[in-house]
Design a protein around this ligand. Structure first.
Ligand SMILES: NC(=O)c1ccc[n+]([C@@H]2O[C@H](COP(=O)([O-])OP(=O)(O)OC[C@H]3O[C@@H](n4cnc5c(N)ncnc54)[C@H](O)[C@@H]3O)[C@@H](O)[C@H]2O)c1
Length: 297
């Protein structure tokens, strides 16, 4: 059994959107970090994004220039899997969301990592038990799911049925040590905590519109007016991207989801994907719901 003081070396597998952020947060909080990726070309863009995150954190007064320099000294990038695994205390895996790839990567690192290593996956949509056996040590394997690390700094711990309880305690301490709010799931359940709630909200909003009960604007107005929120469910979907929303919804085959999926598809087919393309349910950069008269009263 280990405690947080035994965790010094973090191995991040995958230097994409999430991997680079988890790496930076770990390095900024005093851990020695190795970032491994299959592609050397992934490192340059990752370093650039880290540099812009650092700039933002310095500007916000969260860190100093000296702290950021020390963090970058604590971090190395490599495509050498054996070297990356050699002294890892904790692994955080953020490779592309593909079950076969995750199985392959975990059976590779399950063999390469020393006995002391604790394994975590950042998967968004897969249950950890789907590839726990590939790690060769399911009792030391757990989902540790980040959101965006710096702004949405909530992390879900979702054990697989074989995860030992001390791993959960240790991951809670680790998450807090890198400035995350830690939430613990008592058992495996799809979508973690926040996404499960969000999906219900968005599904209900979709049904109100597709069953012709209310308009898009009134659904958003109701949410915003009641909770004093800056946007409603349709504004949120524009932020997420309507293509991503469609990918999530179209796999469900009940009547509500079918109707909602059809609505989303009409936007996706026209290239209206939300804020990122300048148009979705609203037009950007100045969507109607940000105008003062959108909510009266
Ligand atoms: N993007 C998000 O907002 C978000 C949020 C929470 C969790 N996640 C999860 O994090 C994981 C990564 O998502 P992302 O958005 O960072 O993806 P991404 O596409 O930005 O990055 C994936 C990285 O994995 C690397 N990779 C692919 N095969 C590999 C291999 N065999 N070995 C090592 N590296 C390999 C790729 O080169 C790439 O750099 C996924 O499981 C996703 O569900 C993503």
């Amino acid at each position: 059994m280990k405690t947080l003081k035994d965790i010094k070396n973090i191995l991040i597998i995958g230097s994409g959107t999430l991997g680079l952020r988890i790496a930076l947060a770990s390095a900024l909080n005093g851990y020695k970090v190795i970032v491994y990726d299959i592609k050397e070309e992934a490192f340059e863009p990752a370093k650039k994004i880290q540099a812009s995150l650092i700039k933002m954190l310095i500007k916000a007064g969260t860190i100093t220039q000296a702290e950021s320099e020390k963090a970058l000294e604590n971090q190395t990038f490599t495509t050498d899997a054996k070297l990356a695994a050699a002294d890892a205390d904790l692994v955080s895996e953020s490779v592309t969301e593909d079950i076969e790839l995750k199985k392959k990567v975990w059976s590779q690192f399950g063999k390469l990592c020393p006995e002391k290593t604790i394994f975590t996956t950042n998967t968004s949509s897969l249950l950890p038990s789907k590839f726990a056996e590939e790690t060769g040590r399911p009792e030391r394997f757990c989902a540790l799911h980040f959101h965006d690390v710096f702004y949405a700094n909530v992390v879900d711990i979702m054990p697989n049925p074989k995860t030992e309880t001390w791993i959960i305690d240790l991951l809670k301490d680790f998450g807090e040590s890198i400035q995350q709010t830690v939430v613990i799931m008592k058992r495996e359940s799809p979508s973690y905590i926040f996404n499960a709630m969000l999906l219900s909200l968005l599904g209900a909003a979709g049904a109100l519109v597709t069953f012709d009960v209310a308009s898009i604007e009134d659904v958003d107005r109701s949410w915003m007016g009641n909770f004093k929120m800056p946007m409603g469910p349709f504004g949120i979907m524009d932020e997420i991207g309507l293509d991503t929303a469609w990918h999530v919804v179209h796999v469900f085959k009940d009547e509500k989801s079918k109707r909602f999926s059809k609505l989303l598809k009409t936007y996706v087919d026209q290239g209206k994907l939300g804020r990122k393309t300048g148009e979705g349910f609203y037009n950007y950069p100045n969507p109607r719901f940000t105008e003062a008269d959108f909510i009266k009263g």
